[in-house]
Design a binder for this molecule. Structure first.
Ligand code: SF4
Length: 265
């Protein structure tokens, strides 16, 4: 079986920075992280082992403790709650996500309803929605009038483009609806891959990882751990591409490549 490594793979800049922040905080003592710092079980397990405590409920963080906001960002209301409880805030929000927050807030300040192209349950979307006076998660829309449009950073880039173009046919738009560069580059590499199957390494909970499976033009396999890779049946595959989500550790990626190439067992 031919193994082709697709580029880029491994951590994006936003994940690298968030993990550096989390590690430096842990070096100074106990800390809590609101939500998974990034959506990857290997990363979360390794931070847990280093002493990070994870919660989805801010009220469980003891008053005065250090709380890390994950790379996905939080709404202004969550930030205010943390400040009100005198928590020491360490913000690991990805700069690209912050850009989307700023755009949503600017649209809202101009009086525009903000339409978010994204997944309702995703932490990033909840944070963005919290910036706007009136927010709608696509396909929900206000009945008429101009719109400000933004997107979750890890959506399918083609889909975001198509939705925006469709909206522009009937509505006046101001838009900052685009996925981040890391997401776009990985999707472009996957769409260009010409083999007969693709192995995507990353967690099923990771939005940008799942999108890679969606945009592939061949059969896909998704694995977040070595056990999952070992359980996979690649029988009949002649040309396997391997890529990863932006929160998948490079160390895991390299181990999988070595295993597939028969260098390790
Ligand atoms: S995938 Fe994009 S938005 Fe998410 S952390 Fe990486 S650069 Fe930031």
């Amino acid at each position: 079986m031919k193994i082709e490594v697709l580029n880029p793979h491994g951590f994006c800049a936003g994940v690298t920075a968030a993990l550096k922040t989390a590690q430096s905080i842990l070096a100074g003592g106990e800390a809590w992280c609101l939500h998974e710092i990034v959506h990857n079980e290997l990363v979360v397990a390794s931070l847990k082992a280093a002493g990070m405590r994870f919660t989805d409920d801010l009220s469980l963080v003891p008053e005065g403790a250090t709380v890390v906001f994950s790379a996905h960002g939080v709404s202004p209301a969550v930030r205010r709650e943390a400040e009100g409880r005198k928590l020491k805030i360490v913000d690991a929000t990805c700069p690209f996500v912050k850009k989307v927050h700023t755009a949503a807030r600017a649209f809202s300040d101009k009086g525009l309803p903000v339409v978010v192209i994204g997944k309702r349950d995703h932490a990033e979307v909840k944070g963005i929605v919290g910036e706007a006076e009136r927010a709608f998660i696509y396909p929900e829309l206000p009945e008429d009038g101009p719109l400000g449009v933004v997107s979750q950073t890890t959506m399918n880039a083609d889909e975001v483009g198509a939705i925006t173009a469709e909206l522009a046919k009937t509505r006046e738009l101001e838009t900052m609806a685009e996925v981040c560069r890391a997401t776009k580059e990985r999707q472009d590499a996957v769409k260009a891959f010409q083999g007969d199957a693709l192995l995507v390494l990353g967690s099923a909970t990771s939005s940008n990882t799942r999108r890679l499976c969606e945009v592939a033009r061949c059969r896909t396999f998704l694995a977040g751990t070595m056990d999952e890779v070992c359980a996979m049946d690649f029988a009949g595959v002649e040309h396997l591409g391997v890529t990863s989500g932006a929160s998948t550790p490079e160390e895991f990626f390299n181990k999988v490549i070595d295993r597939l190439r028969g260098k390790t067992k």
